[in-house]
Design a protein around this ligand. Structure first.
Ligand code: ASP
Length: 458
């Protein structure tokens, strides 16, 4: 049995719906379909989810909503009409549902936002099921509550509860093709709760793990995952195969193909993932597996992301001070801040975090507390950092991987702000100024993927 998830661009129009139907009907193993809300049809288009967020905000602010409701209705009406489905009936139901939610949750901003956001996927799944029935498939819409997707009650940040998996397993017994909306579940209290943005990937992965699928197919709009962002390096190498750990590291640091939380359920269940293109389903795609069969490349990919900063602290004899690290991290915890890396030396320590977490006076409070409570010699924040992750399971068996990177960056005249390598040896992190990140990625790509030898396997 296969679970196939179709992302926003794969379900953005009637043409895309037809492609999905072809893909689904071409393989009887594709028994469960998870869909996103209609995404972008062209570059400047707006995703339904973004329109729905605007709608929820308008309700909260008490500003005009009708136009926004009509924009949503119009998108679905266009798809339904072109597919020759009963569009008026469908959109009347949709509008009724939206207006009910707008009214029901108008005094509860978090609930309102989640209920409205989730309706993008919900209506698209209903429409997809209708279309699959129309073309003669035995298909049905399954609501996440009925499917058993039970989550924590944190608006916008749902986490799956373990009991869901047992419930989901029962879906195996159902006949025909099941269409489940992505992006949300229900809390034990009965509330609609969404996953973080891009969270339909998470639903797909949870469902695949729950029904113990043989494969989780993730349909998107590229033929494969590339080893580096194609907007930085032209025509980069396509990846045939990548491990869960490699994918996790890459998607954390800027690979937008796959949501970084989405791999956990399939990883734990040992279910292989195949990332495929809805617009070119014949292409083999990229497999995400536990162990790579092709070990010829020690490096799987290079990812980068901007928007980081580093709190740099130095104190003479820091290494002897028991509890220093804990007290430092406690200050961040008190402000509700998560950190990414902590490179350190004997008398200095840096904490790297996403700088958008420092808004609302937090930066000054943190600096003051570090200065007074930890009595440090110096503390300052360096803004505007980019992190580059060089990722590959083969790295630990290959000599000279870090040397290759530093030589390439030096040759390109790029100043390295920091280097960090975790004990797992799946990745190396390089911190550079945001202005030079694209040059740095290109230099690393050239060094690892274009030069004849990539180090000696040992
Ligand atoms: N529609 C949601 C979003 O745009 C979830 C998803 O597409 O995965 O974030």
């Amino acid at each position: 049995m296969k679970v196939a998830k179709f992302g926003g661009s794969s379900v953005a129009s009637a043409t895309q719906f037809r492609k999905v139907a072809d893909i689904v009907s071409s393989d009887v193993e594709r028994r469960i379909i998870v869909v996103s809300a209609p995404g972008k049809r062209f570059k400047e288009d707006i995703k339904i989810t973004d329109i729905l967020i605007q709608l929820a905000q308008a309700v909260m602010e008490g500003t005009a909503c009708d136009e926004i409701v009509q924009a949503v209705v119009k998108r679905y009406a266009e798809i339904a009409k072109e597919l020759e489905l009963p569009a008026d009936e469908f959109t009347a139901e949709l509008e009724k549902d939206l207006r009910w939610k707008m009214n029901e949750y108008r005094h509860d901003p978090c609930r309102l936002m989640d209920a409205i956001k989730a309706s993008g996927e919900d209506h698209n799944a209903r429409l997809m099921a209708l279309y699959l029935q129309e073309i003669g498939l035995e298909a049905s819409y399954v609501n996440p509550r009925e499917a058993g997707i039970i989550v924590t009650d944190e608006p916008g940040n749902a986490q799956i509860l373990p009991e869901s998996y047992e419930k989901l397993y029962h879906l195996r017994k159902r006949r025909g093709v099941l269409v489940i909306p992505g992006f949300f579940g229900y809390s034990l209290e009965g509330n609609i709760v969404t996953f973080p943005r891009g969270g339909s990937d998470i639903t797909g992965s949870i469902v695949a793990a729950g029904v113990k699928a043989d494969v989780y197919e993730n349909f998107t709009d590229v033929d494969s995952i590339y080893c580096v962002n194609p907007s930085i390096v032209e025509n980069p190498r396509q990846l045939k195969e990548i491990t869960y750990r490699e994918m996790r590291e890459l998607s954390y640091s800027g690979f937008s193909v796959f949501h970084d939380e989405a791999l956990e359920p399939v990883y734990k269940a040992g279910i292989p993932v195949c990332v495929k293109n809805t617009n070119n389903p014949a292409a083999p795609g990229t497999w995400i597996v536990a162990k790579r069969n092709h070990h010829d490349e020690p490096i799987a990919g290079i990812a980068s992301d901007t928007g980081f900063c580093s709190i740099n602290i130095s104190k003479y004899l820091m290494n002897r001070e028991i509890g220093f690290g804990r007290r430092l991290l406690q200050i961040l915890e008190d402000e509700g801040i998560s950190y990414e890396h902590t490179p350190s030396g004997i008398d200095n320590m840096s904490v790297i975090l996403r700088e958008n977490q420092l808004e609302g006076g937090k930066e000054q409070r943190i600096l003051d507390r570090i200065q007074t409570e930890l009595e440090v010699d110096e503390v300052h924040i360096e803004h505007g950092l980019a992190l580059i992750m060089v990722v590959g399971e083969g790295m630990e068996r290959t000599v000279g991987m870090a040397a290759k990177a530093t030589a390439a960056l030096a040759k390109a005249n790029i100043n390295l702000e920091m280097i960090n390598q975790g004990s797992s040896e799946v990745s190396m992190m390089f911190g550079v100024k945001e202005e030079v990140v694209a040059d740095a990625v290109r230099a690393l790509y050239e060094a690892y993927f274009q030069e004849a030898s990539v180090g000696n396997e040992v």
